[in-house]
Design a protein around this ligand. Structure first.
Ligand code: UD1
Length: 417
């Protein structure tokens, strides 16, 4: 099993480019099931989750080829409508094949994704919404089995703006008969990118990026070509990497508008941040103050940057209150930060992080999930001595060669077997 070894203390400096967004690419890749023929995507990150999605699409009978961040998917008549447990268990986002399979083929058998480290992550919103669109579902032997005589547009109101459920409904509704409205829809940039690709394929969608999305069903869609948006979570992680070491780092190829909540919190903390059309940079700062942060759906502070921001707050002056409202168990990194000598108290969904520059000391730690692994690497960049992050495969699900990008900026970090 691979590990990351970091020797803390180097100030990061320079320029680094963001890759394509995993969370935008995944639903878009599943949306190809809506139209036979050749789909072409650029700026696709080379990640385990992309590989898992390709494996799943290939298991349905699609052909895929990946070269230098360009992914071609040829969708042919499917040989199965089943997403097998062996593939789904590797990646929860596999549930996103449900909407397109039902819309196009009127049937789907998808393994239940199950829980994961950051919480139970149910799929009840997905199933209720699909039912309102006219599909019947039952859960049997660990699989969701759904069928429909034809989806029909309707009004769907979510209790919470779920990213995945909004995406699944979008992909189901584009081929439904009549008009669907999604109210309390998720507003994340990844929803906007999915809608952009669906529209390129011929779908009629308005309001993506707002709380109300309207979809007018069409008879059929055709494959197209698309450039995946930049990964806002990677951009934010790289910006924090520069900040935590007190360095000057320019993160390019990104959309600063997508991380405004992070930029605003960092400015409040005392960082000097410059923003351009497609870059954001943090200037050398030696001390910064603690600020409180609460995760909320977009455009609020993203849960996917909470762990990394907490690492930054371990180095701040004063105490910061970090509140996680999206997932019930997303503080797994706290135990590991304590191993690095951080001063953090945790109660349910709230942590108090007592910051103190120079408090972290290197130690072996365990990555528990994707963003927790990024948090531990950031902490390792400033911890005295050597930090070894185990179970690095979590990192590879969501960050493309993070160690190369950090090395280029001056970090001492290497991957070992
Ligand atoms: C997506 C992102 C993930 C991010 C999360 C929140 C992808 C592949 N993953 O996950 O990185 O952390 O958005 O920004 O894009 N919920 C239910 N029932 C449901 C669906 C969701 O109760 O049927 C709850 C979840 O448990 C959670 C909340 O709604 O508490 C938000 O989850 P959701 O937005 O659906 O997250 P994902 O789409 O799984």
């Amino acid at each position: 099993m691979q590990k990351m070894v970091i020797n803390g203390g180097n100030k990061l400096n320079g320029e680094v480019a963001t890759g394509g967004a995993k969370n935008a690419a995944l639903p878009i890749l599943f949306s190809t099931l809506l139209a036979d023929g050749e789909h072409i995507f650029h700026n696709v990150p080379d990640l385990m989750d992309i590989k898992s999605t390709r494996d799943l699409l290939e298991s349905f009978g699609c052909e895929t080829s990946f070269n230098e961040n360009t992914l071609k998917i040829v969708v042919k008549p499917l040989k199965t409508f089943e997403a097998h447990y062996d593939l789904v268990r590797k990646m929860r986002a596999s549930i996103l094949c449900l909407g397109p399979l039902l819309a196009r083929h009127k049937q789907a058998r998808v393994s239940l994704p199950g829980g994961c480290a950051i919480g139970s992550r149910p799929i009840d919103y997905h199933l209720n919404a699909i039912e309102q669109l006219g599909a019947e579902s039952e859960v049997t032997s660990g699989y969701v089995v759904s069928k429909t005589s034809g989806l029909r547009g309707t009004q769907i109101i979510f209790d919470m703006p779920s990213v995945g459920a909004t995406e699944n409904v979008l992909m189901a509704a584009v081929l439904a008969e009549g008009t669907t409205t999604i109210e309390n829809a998720a507003k994340e940039p990844e929803i906007v990118d999915l809608a952009a690709y669906l529209v390129k394929m011929g779908a009629k969608i308005s309001g993506a990026g707002t709380g109300i999305i309207t979809i007018e069903g069409v008879k059929s869609l055709s494959p197209s070509e698309h450039h995946i948006i930049a990964d806002r979570i990677e951009a934010g992680t790289l910006l924090i990497a520069g900040a935590i070491t007190g360095g000057s780092v320019k993160v390019t190829n990104c959309n600063p508008k997508d991380i405004e909540a992070l930029i605003s919190k960092m400015r409040e903390s005392g960082f000097s941040i410059e923003v351009g059309e497609n870059f954001v940079s943090v200037n050398e700062t030696n001390s910064w103050k603690a600020v409180d942060v609460t995760t909320t759906p977009h455009p609020g502070f993203p849960t996917d940057l909470q762990a990394q921001f907490m690492a930054l707050m371990t180095q701040a002056q004063g105490s910061s209150i970090v509140t996680e409202t999206i997932f019930e168990n997303r503080f797994m990194h706290v135990q590991e930060l304590l191993r690095l000598n951080a001063d953090i108290s945790m109660k349910a969904r709230v942590c108090v992080v007592r910051g103190n520059k120079n408090q972290l000391t290197g130690a072996p730690v365990m990555a528990t999930d994707l963003r927790a692994s990024a948090c531990l690497i950031l902490a390792g960049l400033v911890a005295k001595g050597e930090t070894v992050v185990n179970r690095i495969y979590h990192l590879d699900r969501g960050y493309e060669k993070l160690e190369n990008k950090l090395t280029k900026l001056g970090a001492s970090i290497k991957r070992i077997e």
